[in-house]
Design a protein around this ligand. Structure first.
Ligand SMILES: NC(=O)c1ccc[n+]([C@@H]2O[C@H](COP(=O)([O-])OP(=O)(O)OC[C@H]3O[C@@H](n4cnc5c(N)ncnc54)[C@H](O)[C@@H]3O)[C@@H](O)[C@H]2O)c1
Length: 451
């Protein structure tokens, strides 16, 4: 019997038997089975020419196919180890675009389109999901995915707020899920190498880290003037888009991409970038399971009731173990964009496409940094798929993302209450400040709850 026919037959079997199906088809690809069917089974049909047989691919869906989710689709479609079976969004236009892209690539109409992630996650033939919804939805979607037994690639920052991030980590662990966070800089060579230099003590004892992030509000969707309240477009399930955030009138400047400039949905430039450059700062310092003990900050804010109300300029100072001070700033030109570790023997600075050190020798490929090596990645999306198969930890599991985002959440809280926050990084709570502690979480609009 030809493999294609076998696959059709197997597709009719209940999806709970998917793993048996994979094993069965894998066994056909084994040399012994190939010998048993020497004239019938072509190597190309079994994926023996570098391709992955369909039966052995990781079935995948993306939830939230706007800007970044569209990027997920592009990147996962390049990887033979993945097989898209569905996309999900509240916006019909985004949904149709993503489905068309996937169907075009596969030459069929098979990609399913969902509005409700709950319905999507009930599919038993779905192995993994990538999540690129606005931050205010991360907690709801990711915990549901973990409970449904899906492996998860979830965008940074981990969550809208600390409490939801903590719940996500707990659910991912409770259900034994593989988790990659979209802090993709860990998969890029100059960031990895910069961190490796720091870890090996090349710059001596690090005492200061400067993290430069953007300031202001980027008008991504050119909607700055579109604050006039109108009826939502019929193509958008607007009340679902608001989800756990409070009811609010629709206007274009509130939703797609620009949601990050309102604290109900995002956390401003600070939270938009904390999962990149602070994440790298932590990686270099080996603080993936650590955090600051004190955080203070100041910022410039629009009026509280403005639609775009996140800080436009900010400076956060964090005290870390080993007597290290980290300054996270947006709108302070003396703090360069990216991550700069400053030590007793010099400095190391990395940014996207940039890498400089106080001693140019350290940049040479032949320079021996020392015995500590950080893992080289095949690419952030590919590394996730590899880990789904191997069940090994990814470069950015959920608990790492929780620690990377925490200085940002605490920085915002310190700015809101206008005083220094003391943080117990082991127990992960704010010390002796009830008002600040309340801001680690938010109330969700009924009937939404994390479950
Ligand atoms: N890693 C990176 O470099 C990077 C870059 C940009 C954005 N991001 C992150 O990606 C996420 C998405 O950001 P964006 O700029 O693409 O936003 P976006 O507004 O462009 O897209 C979000 C999409 O999600 C949909 N959506 C909202 N709630 C949903 C839900 N519960 N179920 C299904 N669909 C839902 C929206 O309709 C929209 O189409 C954010 O967490 C952001 O921080 C990461």
């Amino acid at each position: 019997m030809e493999v294609a026919a076998l696959e059709t037959r197997c597709d009719m079997i209940d999806s709970s038997l998917m793993s048996h199906r994979r094993k069965f088809l894998q066994s056909l690809a084994a040399p012994a089975a190939a010998a048993a069917f020497p004239t019938i089974v072509k190597a190309s049909a079994l994926g023996l020419e570098g391709a992955v047989p369909p039966s052995d691919r990781i079935t995948l869906a993306t939830v939230g196919v706007g800007w970044m989710g569209g990027g997920h689709v592009d990147e996962f479609l390049k990887l033979p180890a993945a097989q898209y079976i569905a996309v999900c969004d509240f916006d019909e236009t985004h949904l149709t675009q993503a489905k068309s892209k996937i169907d075009l690539k596969y030459g069929n109409q098979s990609c399913a389109a969902y509005h409700a992630f709950e319905e999507l996650f009930s599919r038993r033939d779905l192995d993994a999901v990538s999540i690129a919804v606005p931050d205010h939805w991360h907690g709801m979607v990711a915990t549901a995915a973990a409970r449904a037994g899906k492996d998860i690639y979830c965008e940074k920052p981990l969550a809208h707020n600390f409490a939801e991030g903590q719940a996500m980590v707990m659910e991912a662990h409770r259900h034994n899920r593989i988790w990659q966070t979209g802090s993709w800089q860990r998969s890029v060579e100059n960031f990895r190498r910069g961190c490796e230099l720091v870890r090996n003590g090349v710059a001596g004892r690090i005492h200061t880290v400067e993290v430069g992030l953007p300031a202001g509000h980027t008008d991504f969707a050119k909607t700055a003037l579109q604050t006039e309240v109108t009826a939502p477009p019929p193509t958008l399930l607007y009340d679902r888009w608001l989800g756990p955030a409070p009811e609010a009138p629709y206007c274009p400047a509130r939703v797609h991409k620009n949601w990050r400039w309102n604290y109900w949905y995002g956390g401003g430039q600070l939270m938009d970038w904390v999962g990149h450059h602070v994440d790298i700062a932590h990686w270099g310092l080996d603080f993936d399971n650590s955090g600051p003990s004190e955080v203070e900050g100041s910022g410039d804010f629009p009026p509280r009731d403005a639609l775009w109300n996140t800080a436009t300029r900010y400076k956060i100072t964090c005290k870390y173990p080993r007597d290290i001070t980290m300054i996270i700033a947006g709108g302070y030109p003396e703090i360069r964009s990216g991550t700069k570790w400053i030590g007793s023997n010099g400095w190391i600075w990395v940014d996207r496409g940039k890498f400089e050190t106080s001693n140019p020798e350290w940049l040479k490929p032949e320079f021996d940094a020392g015995p500590v090596h950080l893992p080289k990645s095949p690419g952030h999306y590919a590394q996730f798929l590899e880990c789904v198969k191997s069940r090994q930890k990814t470069l950015t599991p959920s608990e790492v993302a929780l620690h990377s985002a925490t200085p940002g959440w605490l920085g915002n809280i310190a700015m809101f209450v206008g005083r220094k926050i003391r943080w117990d990084a082991g127990a992960m709570h704010i010390l002796d400040d009830a008002e600040a502690s309340k801001l680690l979480r938010r109330d969700m609009r009924a009937p939404y709850q994390l479950g």
